[in-house]
Design a protein around this ligand. Sequence first.
Ligand code: AMP
Length: 432
Amino acid sequence: MRFYAPKGTTDILPDMAKKWRYLERKASDLFEKYEYEPIVTPIFEHTDVFQRAIGTSTDIVQKEMYTFEDKGGRSLTLRPEGTAPVIRAYVDNNMNQMPQPVKLYYTGPMFRYERPQAGRYRQFFQLGVEAIGSDDPAIDAESILLMIDYFRSVGLKELTLYINSMGCENDRPKYVELLKQYAIAHEQELCKDCRKRVELNPLRLFDCKEESCRRVMEHAPKITDYLDEDCKNHFNAVRRYLDMQGVQYIIKPELVRGLDYYTKTTFEVVSPLLGAQNAIGGGGRYNKLVEEFGGPPTPGIGFAIGLERLTIAVEKEGAFVAMEEKTDAFIAVADKAVKEPAVNLLYALRGAGIATDIDYTGRSLKGQLKYANKKGFRYTIFLGPQELETGIVQVKDMKTSEQYAIKLNELVDWLSNIVKSQTMGSGVTKQS
Ligand code: AMP
């Protein structure tokens, strides 16, 4: 009997997981520079949380949620996205009483029952931020600029930023009615699902991937032509802030994104390095969501980035070379007789903060060296009876093949200095 990971999920093995940790670390460092703070919410929520926030006529709620009943008869859903849980937590924990805006970031798995393909999975990971409590267009720009800044910080160069305004309760109903009339006039050209959407929620027609529907929607009325004064001014202000920072963007009036909670600004970044699933991140403003969850009227804005797609793009850009080099050491034990002093040295090095390992399978010295090489340790320390006697060990830099004779009682300091100089970014200087 053999078991396989469920369809649409993958095991993230160490080589990939290290890249993920790097991307997550870069994200938290940068998000914290923009003064966002971490938040962790449950992986499952009451199903109503998503139905209410995302909207019952969206693809996510209609077909993609992992919904189940627990033993207490509650309907729960594995989170398909991160904004609704964060807003639920904001209201639940009276975070409106904290100084506003509350700026948060999160990372973790999301779940959607989608048809798996390259860049589209049933369990995928997102990095996201939310700024709750401000309707200032400057914070819309901050959200967009933070996403772009992050992509650049991990080495992505070729990106396209799309922005749009979806209007608000004052101008959207009029626009949606126009859109509906337009869709009714083209009903014959729409797919079965879209015909249902015409009555239910015409904005969702923009989500359809069917060629015929896309052709119809290309010529549909554009929301940007129907914005009221406030939404128009807001959008123009966001654009000015982006212009001030020299960020290029394309206005895409059909960018409605697949969730119902958006108001005013929406945005998305696509990478030309990806295939069909080329959106690596997207977000927007949600000025009604806090109220939906029973909180006081509170505007908010945020975005989410897909970690799998980001990894593919960074890989294609060849930008993982920028990952910090690891300074770690392997103790090659030349003789079983020195195993105990070798283990002592192992803990002395680890205690000094140096990643170190030793053989646990009884390999010969040659076998240990082969293992150290394969695993990519930076330094190999040779320890045998002779080294103990003379108090001098041989240390080989596996990258440069240089060999050093180091006094055993100075070894910890010697390696610590190398680690320190590396983390300070000054690189290793040759020592002897
Ligand atoms: P969304 O929550 O739909 O706005 O998606 C935000 C980002 O998450 C997208 O730009 C993708 O990078 C990523 N994403 C969304 N759905 C999936 C999926 N099924 N598999 C992998 N990544 C996804």
